[in-house]
Ligand binder design. Structure first.
Ligand code: ASP
Ligand code: MG
Length: 418
């Protein structure tokens, strides 16, 4: 079995879906993981916000726009006004959820997952039906039934041991040898729908590859492969032909938007190579990520945006040492704050964290625990692996740099948003 993952940008319109069909060509023994089409997940987040703010008209208006968007893609794919009953049913269900949800703030994340999951349910249904229509018999897989996650919403991890028999069962003994499953979604032990964190479809695909003992996984993207920097931010970005798992994890963790950081572990554990390939041109080789590869020769620049710098200090000026670290981090873990950089001195602990809904609450809890907390918003974290003198001069100095941490090869810089 091979696993192919297609992101939302690739299937944002009918041309994209037709191109997916071309990429599959006559391959068999293929498990395809697909994201929501285009910016659908963002729109569904707005549907959820409408519920949260008790503005259901707004939610309904967003759904109407999504309906029209998907209907246009379907009409174009079938070359005629076409209604797919399964799509109609999914939209009807979504509308019902919006109409009937008795919203309680304590359940926000439960309802978020319930609503946002429709993006992938809809995209995979359209793609599965289209593939059937276009000569690729396939089976639609409901990943809510196959990937068992933790009992936690909005950023759930997959329980691989519990998922293995379910996913294997779902593909066993089928006459079809092509499978289409949703990225990003799973099911909690209590049966509710969960999501794996934004951009989590790569992770879904990696978990599927692991469970199905895939020979390889490919992520088809709107770039030629992995570049050493985001070309929109850093001119002169170059493509990297080969990377090892370890460098890739470091890159993903530092914010390189190649691949979701959770993707590598399930692949590494079974030594499954990961190809990052250009959706627009199947002939190009892309980048391969696997256990062994030559060291990367070019510096790698990664910018992680939307960061907050928290500076934590014990109020009585006692040292912030190990046992205090433990209480600070367990508190941050409770609020699911993701720390990307840690910098400490005798009495200060500086943490560069992802901005999130819960930062204010976490800061409050830290204050209650006896710490002073300062928050600097609008920050970004720049990581340069293999920096040169010139890059150091350009990025590691100046008044906008709040924290700088360097080893021989890597420098990490927390700076004001540029
Ligand atoms: N559709 C989800 C998102 O936009 C998951 C994904 O694209 O990987 O975050
Ligand atoms: Mg997406």
């Amino acid at each position: 079995m091979k696993v192919y993952k297609f992101g939302g940008a690739s299937v944002r319109n009918a041309d994209g879906v037709r191109n997916l069909r071309k990429i599959i060509d006559d391959e068999r023994n293929l498990f395809i993981v697909v994201s929501a089409m285009g910016k659908t997940t963002n729109a569904l987040e707005r549907v959820f916000t409408g519920i949260q703010q008790d503005d259901r008209d707004r939610s309904m208006a967003e759904i109407a726009t999504l309906r029209a968007y998907h209907a246009a893609i379907i009409d174009e794919l079938w070359h005629a006004p076409t209604q797919l009953p399964r799509i109609e049913a999914l939209f009807a269900e979504l509308e019902q959820v919006v109409r009937e949800t008795g919203y309680r703030a304590a359940d926000a994340e439960l309802w978020y997952d319930r609503i946002v999951a429709y993006g992938e349910l809809i995209s995979t249904t359209i793609i599965s039906e289209y593939l059937n229509h276009a000569g690729v018999p396939n089976r639609w897989i409901d990943m809510r039934q196959c990937l068992v996650t933790e009992q936690r919403h909005k950023d759930a991890g997959v329980d691989i041991a519990a998922s293995t028999p379910r996913l294997r069962e779902a593909v066993r003994g089928c006459k079809e040898t092509v499978f289409v499953g949703q990225g990003f979604i799973g099911g909690a032990p209590d049966g509710t729908t969960t999501t794996l964190g934004r951009e989590g479809s790569d992770y879904s695909a990696a978990v599927a590859a692991h469970i199905l003992d895939a020979e390889s996984m490919a992520v088809w993207k709107d770039v030629d492969g992995v570049l050493n920097a985001d070309p929109k931010i850093f001119p002169d970005a170059e493509q990297i032909a080969e990377l090892n798992y370890l460098d890739t994890i470091e890159l993903a963790y530092s914010g390189a938007q190649i691949i979701h950081p959770k993707t590598i572990k399930p692949l590494q554990n079974k030594n499954i190579p990961l190809y990052v390939r250009p959706f627009g041109d199947k002939r190009k080789p892309g980048t391969v990520i696997r256990a062994m590869s030559a060291p990367v020769q070019v510096p790698i620049l990664i910018l992680k945006k939307d960061q907050v710098l928290l500076t934590v200090r014990s109020r009585d000026f006692s040292f912030v040492l190990e046992e205090k670290f433990a209480s600070i981090f367990s508190l941050l873990e409770r609020y699911r704050i993701k720390t990307n950089l840690i910098h400490n001195s005798a009495v200060n602990l500086s943490l560069c964290v992802d901005n999130s809904w819960h930062i204010g609450e976490a800061a409050e809890a830290l204050r209650e625990a006896g710490f002073d907390v300062m928050q600097a918003a609008d920050m970004e974290l720049l990581t340069i692996r293999g920096y040169t003198d010139e890059l150091w001069r350009r990025y590691a100095r100046g008044p906008q740099v709040f924290v700088r941490q360097a080893t021989q090869s890597t420098v990490r810089i927390v700076r004001k948003r540029q």
